[in-house]
Design a protein. Structure first.
Lengths: 336, 604
């Protein structure tokens, strides 16, 4: 069952002309794109490939030279489509002399939200993006991460069906990036459609369902992330509770089926996961210092096998904990 | 359009015609706009797509302009107000107070007409400051938003461009209104305080009236102390009731306390200084020295042709015909006020005024009664009175209304009595002082005029700022303001009524150091210049017809000075016409701003 097409561009072309009408830059060349409901779509490409141009064309901030940008089946310049979308720009273009509450209230009024709804949503969103402690401060005092967060809040004020994010993780620290990615994923789980453009490949890989790669205004590749990145010839197995003997047996099974063992060992967690875990722990328990895991002071001589077993056990514990953390809500790391 | 303030047609008559001509102009402008838009679109993409795009733009416009949400507009208005406050508009306020304090130092309340002086200063200062404020606020705000892209976030919400334009205009209007109200209150206090004074009168100042008649025993007369460079003559009768003569346009109330040797006199504050007279004007016509009817009198060589003259000791007369004169409005007679000019061809009796006469005539029966012989006062308003009971030439007593007024019409004839002297008269120079309106109301009306001017500047400023950058929008708005103030002159330029030719020809004259009346050398250059001028003049004509006449919002009196300052009431009809005039401009400005903003690519 194909879900509904939320965003569509048909032969979308944008040529920047100078004052005399001469061509300066062909920013987009006949782009054909489709974004379906409920997916996270990533627009990738190097700087100047037309990603931001596409988003601005879909928002009506730019007018196409030819072709049609359509959102919810309506042309992009129709202001009524804006009722159902939210936009987070790369730099949050918000009024610096308002504070967080006033900002959200202002944009809420622009959606014709009645006062009690506005007040409730403002309160909820400020808590959700973690700005409760700074909500009375003027936006001009905010750091970049805070500005991005209030920007995300205003993009969500109308509970939109479609979110357009322009470089959502640009300029954020790793914790911020993780939180942004988690937020995007949870929004998708609520049923929203997200179109984001980025040139941070790892972020896109973590989050997007489908991607399109642009270069010099042309579409070079489009498809589902998992199918695009799948390395078809190699099989990956993750298993726990395997003894050495079991591993040997698996090796033999592979050889028996004429397969080639590429690698067998313990997978590596990403540095991001480790970093985020350590910082979260530090926030939960400030003051604790790093202590190297003490080698057990036993009289028993350490055999290499023994050491390897120990290490494996520790690594397994780390992995388990990470799996658990990812499933559990924030700030509830299980105590050991 | 009415030609002078004395010929204001009643509102009902004016309204239909004005509405019709407004619709006509707006439709022409709209058609021109659509045509230009279509042409530009055709150049870009061919006629078919241009037509489609134009029709879609019109359909969008119809939707966007009628579906303006009050809540969204109110949100944008609130934002604009907050932004203006952040911009520290109250600085204007401080500047205003400073200027007033400074002016208070220098303004001389002892001058001949201090009320006019003070009121002119206050009104001019307020009006210039408010216009400057409106200019800066309105022209710089939108371009700044577009440049820092804060408008992007707003535009990606379901906000119509019309709401953005309207919200901004309303926001600036609200800020301006608050400031204007405060400035108005302060101005009023400043004027009243500056003009307030009193004099002292002691028994030593009074002497018995010389040659006191039998019916006025023990009357005293004297002069008050000198304050603000003038004194008043005072007459006190035996019962202590006193009368203070008018001096410099005002008088004071006199109260007596005590009696006998311990009498003290107190004078109250000035009365009659701050006035709002409601004049009833008549239609003026002339008769020349042989009694023939004329439209205008003769010219004595004055460049300002506002007044024309009648010769003394001849049949030459200036005749005002009044209509709608009812007995119940003037039960005691007609209070007449004159501000005529006097032109002497010989010195005559230089200390006394040139004598003139006022007569009343019944326009139907032709009966004429001479009412008064009086010395004409130059540079001052002469107050006369035509009493109810008139002495006819036959020696009988007649009644003004029964004998002289027919169907509400009556004529008043002015003649000069001295040979070879001339009286100059314009239609507004003789009027009936029907009643006085409250001064504070008149003051408030003049502030309404300033408010309307401010509104127009805001409208032009926001409209220009939708497609021009900040400083250029300011220049364009200032240009519109100046063009509007001199729209009459621009119109004259456009219709070849100005000696010396159009812009290019004037340049040639300036560079060639020729005066305006000399002939230019015939040749290619002159012809080319004159042809260019013809084209430019068309443009000037269009511009002068389109731009609002800013001068009318200061409510000038018939001679061109501020009516509030010279003490004339601003007629409600004139006020309503001005309000409608302003609104008639605001609507197309909002629509134009909407179109310019919508067709603009907001992202660079």
């Amino acid at each position: 069952m194909q879900s509904e097409v939320v965003v569509e561009t048909r032969s979308l072309t944008k040529v920047y002309r100078d004052f005399w009408g001469r061509q300066k830059v062909r920013a987009l060349k006949a782009l054909d794109l489709e974004v379906r409901r409920g997916e996270i779509f990533g627009l990738l490409g190097p700087n100047g490939s037309g990603k931001t141009t596409t988003i601005k064309l879909l928002l009506g901030l730019l007018f196409p030279t030819s072709g049609e940008p359509l959102v919810f089946g309506r042309p992009a310049t129709d202001v009524r489509k804006n009722e159902r979308i939210g936009y987070l720009a790369e730099e949050s273009y918000l009024y610096k002399f308002l504070n967080a509450v006033e900002t959200l209230d202002f944009y809420g009024r622009l959606f014709n939200l009645p006062k009690p709804v506005r007040r409730q949503r403002t309160h909820d969103l400020i808590e959700q993006v973690g700005l409760g402690w700074a909500k009375q401060r003027q936006l001009k005092e905010y750091s970049k991460g805070m500005t991005r967060r209030i920007g995300l809040a205003q993009a969500l004020i109308n509970d939109p069906e479609l979110l357009l994010l322009d470089e959502p993780t640009a300029g954020l620290d790793p914790i911020g990036i993780r939180e942004m990615k988690d937020m995007i994923l949870s929004l998708r789980d609520e049923g929203k459609t997200i179109l984001m453009c980025s040139h941070r490949l790892d972020d896109v890989q973590d989050v997007c369902d489908r991607i399109a790669i642009l270069h010099q205004g042309e579409l070079k590749e489009m498809g589902r992330v998992d199918s695009l990145l799948k390395v078809r010839e190699v099989t990956e197995i993750h298993a726990t509770g395997l003894s050495d003997a079991a591993r040997e047996e698996i090796k033999q099974v592979i050889e028996r089926h004429n397969g080639e063992l590429v690698s067998l060992g313990n997978p590596t967690a990403t540095l991001e996961e480790l970093f985020v875990k350590i910082i979260r722990e530090s926030e939960a328990h400030p003051g604790r210092r790093f202590r190297a895991t003490p080698e057990p002071e036993t009289a028993e001589p350490e055999t290499p096998e023994h050491q390897m077993l120990e290490r494996q056990m520790l690594e397994r514990q780390v992995l388990e904990r990470q799996v658990l953390e990812r499933q559990m809500p924030e700030h509830q790391t299980p105590e050991h | 359009m009415y030609t002078s303030l004395t010929d204001v047609p009643p509102l009902s008559q004016w309204l239909a015609w004005a509405l019709f001509s407004w619709l006509l102009v707006v439709l022409c402008l709209a058609a021109a706009g659509v045509l230009i838009g279509w042409l530009v679109a055709t150049l870009r993409g061919g006629p078919v797509s241009a037509t489609r795009a134009t029709l879609r733009a019109l359909a969008d416009a119809a939707l966007d302009l009628t579906h303006i949400s009050p809540r969204r507009t109110a949100a944008l208005t609130g934002l604009t107000i907050k932004e203006s406050i952040r911009r520290r508009v109250v600085v204007v306020f401080a500047v205003f107070v400073l200027i007033l304090l400074f002016a208070g130092w220098f303004l001389d309340p002892g001058s001949t007409d201090p009320a006019r002086l003070y009121l002119s200063v206050v009104l001019t200062t307020t009006s210039y400051l408010m216009l400057l404020l409106a200019l800066f606020l309105s022209a710089l705000s939108l371009p700044a938003d577009i440049k820092n892209r804060t408008l992007h976030t707003v535009v990606t919400k379901p906000v119509r461009r019309s709401e953005i334009v309207l919200g901004r205009i309303l926001g600036f209007a609200a800020v301006g209104t608050c400031l204007l109200a405060v400035m108005g209150v302060i101005s009023y206090a400043f004027v009243v305080r500056g003009l307030t004074h009193t004099h002292e009168l002691t028994t030593a100042d009074l002497q018995p009236v010389e040659g006191a008649a039998a019916d006025r025993p023990h009357a005293l007369e004297g002069r008050t102390s000198q304050v603000h460079r003038h004194r008043h003559k005072v007459t006190v009768n035996s019962s202590g009731v006193g009368r203070v003569e008018t001096e410099q346009g005002h008088w004071h109330e006199l109260s007596t306390q005590g009696s006998g040797d311990r009498v003290t006199y107190r004078l109250g504050p000035p009365q009659g200084m701050l006035l709002a007279r409601v004049p009833i004007y008549g239609k003026l016509r002339f008769k020349n020295s042989t009694g023939q009817d004329l439209e205008k009198g003769i010219s004595v060589g004055d460049e300002w042709t506002y007044r024309s003259y009648i010769e003394g000791a001849t049949l030459a007369s200036a005749i005002w015909t009044f209509s709608g004169i009812r007995e119940k409005d003037f039960p005691e007679g007609l209070p007449v006020e004159l501000t005529i000019e006097v032109f002497r061809t010989h010195k005559g009796e230089i200390e006394k005024g040139v004598p003139g006469s006022l007569s009343v005539r019944n326009p139907r029966s032709g009966r004429m009664v001479e009412v008064r012989l009086f010395p004409a006062k130059k540079f001052a308003t002469d107050v006369q009175f035509i009493p109810r009971v008139l002495e006819t030439p036959e020696g009988r007593k007649g009644d003004l209304f029964q004998d002289m007024v027919s169907d509400g019409q009556v004529e008043i004839w002015l003649r000069c009595a001295a040979a070879q002297q001339y009286f100059g008269a314009a239609q507004a120079d003789l009027y009936l002082r029907a009643r006085d309106a409250p001064f504070w109301l008149n003051f408030a009306k003049s502030y309404l005029g300033i408010w309307l001017q401010m509104l127009l500047v805001i409208g032009f400023g926001v409209m220009f700022s939708t497609f021009l950058s900040g400083p250029i929008a300011m220049l364009a708005t200032a240009g519109a303001l100046l063009g509007g103030m001199y729209s009459e002159f621009l119109g004259e330029l456009a219709h070849h009524k100005v000696i010396g030719g159009g812009p290019v020809e004037s340049m040639i004259r300036m560079v060639g150091q020729q005066n305006v009346v000399s002939e230019l050398e015939p040749g290619l250059r002159t012809t080319a210049a004159q042809m260019t001028d013809k084209v430019l003049e068309v443009g000037l004509g269009v511009v002068s017809a389109i731009l609002p006449d800013f001068g009318r919002f200061s409510f000038p009196d018939p001679e061109g000075r501020l009516a509030v300052a010279t003490g004339f009431d601003i007629a409600p009809d004139v006020l309503i016409q001005c309000v409608l005039h302003a609104l008639g401009f605001m609507v197309p400005l909002v629509v134009a701003g909407y179109f310019f903003l919508k067709k603009r690519e907001l992202s660079q």
